[in-house]
Design a protein around this ligand. Structure first.
Ligand code: ATP
Length: 477
């Protein structure tokens, strides 16, 4: 039996076990920023490695790592200076600030929870057809949507708030040396399109992949890692010949869905596809992959067919040609782009929520006990195996240390001697360690150990020389 994760359970586990801590916690924390602890950094790294392998261990995609600070014209060309803003509304009584569309969405959720589905449908329809800040304001006022803090409907107008963090290069802070912390990694790829195509001798269809930090001054941060001001993205731009974009869009929709289910082991029933109803004027198609978080459905990845908009804008703003020219046929074109944009830190949260289980197990005395576990796919678990000497004497610690140093050549391994063996198994289950190796009296005489699997709790007796191969074999299953 298992119970679904709640946000509180995930937060508490994260802090207690060293997955994620609040940033600058001893100073009261900094809103929208989080630190990854010893186990969290391993899990995040494994997710990023899995993406990197899926995307770049193939001949038609190469990786880059571009700088966070870029020429300010990049963000004019991309449209971020003019348009990367969210609609913001303030409550005059509480002085609290909200993203107007999120305020309406939360109101719709509350209506549904109260069983007022007809009203909820009406507000949802109005939100879907809202085209301006005035439309959003009208929905808030006409539905008397209250401020969650003061309960009043004392609202300002809806205004645009640009999400880019601004800073300055050099010692003098003036308008001439403004730079931005990048709000997405994609532009580093577009501006390097020509460099990569020429230096890596790539021809469309080909892709460029990048993993890196992005920053958005979100109006409201909430739901743990879901919406933060500093986060990590994994983006890939796939450059194709115009006319072939639809088939590549289909290809990447499937490939990206399969990465979540096959490489990360996320339950397909907790994922769904959400095609965009309102397309940007340059976009040919767009779809989100959403995960069912404890607070509801939320986007984890966007797949976008973006025509030649981005390269076209950078050609216009930089004055440099960003075309592919086929030397043999003299065929020349500005490639169309299929983009896959996924949040590494948001995916981390989806993985944690998806793996979290509380099982009720019968005990020998006829009662029951609760087992908490993270059912992580073994290939992304922070610790692959824990080596546990049954007692701290009789040659068992020495035998266990020798197993640890042998396995550490391939996997991240933990060594734990403290407490009863059952408690040590539970500790490893709770952080998702897929394999526990127990060294006992028999190990000393015949060099065998027990190998216990986290999910089934089944134990097999195995020779120490066969351990690494057996673990590797089971990780591939
Ligand atoms: P949202 O609508 O949730 O703000 P978005 O559509 O602006 O997201 P994109 O610009 O397409 O998101 O970014 C791609 C991915 O980057 C998202 O699917 C998400 O996983 C991640 N991401 C975006 N903003 C944040 C954030 N503030 N915190 C954490 N991850 C984010």
């Amino acid at each position: 039996m298992s119970s679904p994760a709640t946000l509180d359970a995930i937060l508490s586990l994260s802090k207690r076990k060293g997955f994620v801590y609040q940033s600058s916690e001893i100073y009261g924390g900094l809103n929208g920023c989080w630190d990854f602890g010893p186990l969290g950094v391993e899990l995040l790294r494994n997710i990023k490695d899995s993406w990197w392998k899926a995307m770049t261990y193939r001949s038609d995609i190469v990786g880059i790592d571009s700088s966070i600070l870029m020429h300010p014209r990049v963000w004019e060309a991309s449209g971020h200076v003019g348009q990367f803003s969210d609609p913001m509304i303030d409550n005059k009584t509480s002085k609290s600030r909200h993203r107007a569309d999120n305020l309406i969405e939360d109101f719709i959720t509350r209506l549904r929870n109260k069983g007022k589905s007809e009203q909820a449908d009406g507000v949802e329809h109005a939100l879907a057809s809202a085209n301006s800040n005035e439309d959003l304001h009208a929905i808030i006022i006409s539905n008397c949507i209250p401020d969650p803090i003061s309960g009043t409907t004392d609202w300002t107008e809806v205004r645009n708030f640009n999400l880019m963090f601004e800073t300055h290069v050099g010692p003098v802070a003036d308008a001439a040396n403004v730079v931005y912390l990048r709000p997405e990694t994609a532009q580093g790829i577009f501006v390097n399109f020509k460099n990569v195509m020429e230096s890596a001798r790539m021809k469309p269809p080909f892709g460029i992949a990048q993993i890196g930090k992005s920053f958005r001054n979100e109006i409201n941060t909430k739901n743990f890692l879901f919406r933060t001001r500093e986060f990590e993205q994994m983006e890939m731009q796939f450059f194709v010949k115009p006319g072939t974009e639809n088939e590549w869009f289909e290809y990447w929709r499937t490939a990206r869905w399969n990465w979540f289910t096959e490489s990360l082991g996320i339950d397909a029933a907790k994922l769904h596809r959400k095609p965009h109803e309102k397309l940007a004027h340059y976009a040919a198609a767009a779809e989100d992959i959403e995960y069912h978080f404890p607070f509801g459905w939320g986007e984890i990845e966007g797949i976008h067919s973006r025509t030649d908009f981005d390269l076209g804008r950078h050609q216009e703003f930089s004055g440099k040609k960003l075309e592919y020219v086929d030397t043999a046929s003299k065929d020349r074109f500005t490639p169309y782009v299929i983009e896959t944009a996924v949040g590494a830190t948001r995916t981390f949260m989806a993985v944690l929520c998806d793996a979290y289980r509380e099982e009720i197990l019968p005990t020998d005395d006829g009662g029951s006990e609760t087992r908490s576990l993270l059912k992580l796919k073994p290939s992304i678990a922070p610790i692959t195996a824990a080596v546990l000497p049954l007692v701290n004497k009789d040659g068992m610690p020495e035998a266990a240390h020798s197993i640890v140093s042998n396995l550490e050549r391939w996997f991240r391994v933990d060594y734990d001697t403290s407490g009863a063996i059952g408690r040590r198994y539970r500790r490893q289950d709770e952080v998702g360690t897929p394999f526990c190796i127990t060294v006992d009296g028999q190990t000393i005489s015949d060099s065998t150990v027990t190998l216990r699997e986290r999910d089934t709790m089944q134990q097999d007796r195995i020779h120490v020389d066969a351990l690494a191969g057996e673990i590797q074999h089971r990780m591939l299953q």
